[in-house]
Each structure stands twice: as C-alpha cells, then as structure tokens.
Write a protein that binds this ligand. Sequence first.
Ligand code: HEC
Length: 174
Amino acid sequence: MAQTPHAEEHQSFIKTPEQLAAVVFLAFAVPIVIIVILTQFVTGPSSDPAKSMNEDAVARRIKPVGEVVFGDAQPAATPAAPAPAAPVVAAAPAKVDGKAVYDQACSVCHSAGIAGAPKTGDKAAWAPRIAQGKDTLYTHAIGGIRGMPAKGGNASLADAEVKAAVDVMISQAK
Ligand code: HEC
C-alpha cells in the first residue's frame, strides 16, 4: 500500500518570494512602529509641567533637597574673616569653593567611581581625560557627556561652580 507523498499537506499562505519578503519586512517594521508610538506616549511633550521630560523640568524635580548657597543669600554683615566653624556655608562671596561644590554635587559618583565615572584621585582614569584639555572637561562637566549628567544633575549650579569643581578633580589627579 504505497502512499503518495503529501507534499502540499501543510499549506502556507506564503507562496512567492515576494510574499515572504513582505512578511519578513512587516515582522520587523510593525513592532518597531508600535514601539516608537509607545515611546512617544512616555517621552513626548506633556502639557503637565510635573510630568514633563524636558531636561530643565527633570533637573528641577530631581535636584537635591538642600543646596549650598554662595555669596548673595548671606545678609550683608561685616565682611568678616571666613568663619572656620562652617566653611561650606560661609564661603567668601565671589570666590567659588570648588571643594564644597565637589562634595555636594560630584562626589556622589566621582568619589567611588559610580556608573563608570572616573574616580577622583585615580590618575590612570583621569590622564586621558585631562589630555583632552581643561576646556573640554569644563564643557563636558557643564553640558554632560554619556553617563555624566549636565552639571552633575544639579542645574542650579553656576558654570563657575562646576568649573571650580572640575579644577578640584584635576588637581586630585596630578
Ligand atoms: C550621576 C553621577 C555623576 C555625577 C553626580 C557627576 N558625574 Fe562627572 N561623570 C560621570 C560619569 C559616568 C562620567 C564618565 C562619562 C564618560 O566619559 O562616559 C563622568 C565624567 C566626568 C568628567 C570627564 C569628562 C570627560 O570629558 O572625560 C568630568 C570633568 C566630570 N565628570 C565632572 C563632574 C563634576 C564637576 C561634577 C559635579 C558638578 C560631576 N562630574 C558629577 C558621572 C557623574
């Protein structure tokens, strides 16, 4: 009882190479389009400022609860010698205390080398970065680069404060 082979038993609706190409293309394209549309819901512009993913709005939301205030906020008291008791808060006006900025805004990542941050004091990690030139480091610290958030994620810092913190880091790596 020889059986004839059932070559056509499982029929596919794909019959031609063109149909196969179309199916393969759609199998990639459709999910990508769906994912892109979904991301628009999450990251797209939102009218609610509390939910906006705008860089400034995010920086405001995630900024530290407390911050070091330099200069202006102090009552115009006697231009006394810097108070040794509270050097961070009592930093002399006009002179930016890079160490204080570093401690407050940068050490969280850079003292331990978190998230790929070059560790402060690690000469080998800093040598190639310092080789880029100070201005490049300033630009990257202020504007951010890869894992490094702009101004260390602290948008309220003045450019001069960030630069002073960079100077501290550079001096530690020499
Ligand atoms: C959230 C963690 C984080 C904080 C906070 C942070 N950094 Fe960074 N920083 C990084 C990471 C990660 C890199 C490495 C980026 C890379 O090259 O991929 C980096 C790199 C740098 C670089 C080298 C950039 C270059 O061109 O190679 C400088 C300078 C720097 N940070 C300065 C600062 C200063 C100043 C502050 C504080 C105001 C700060 N960082 C706060 C994570 C951080």
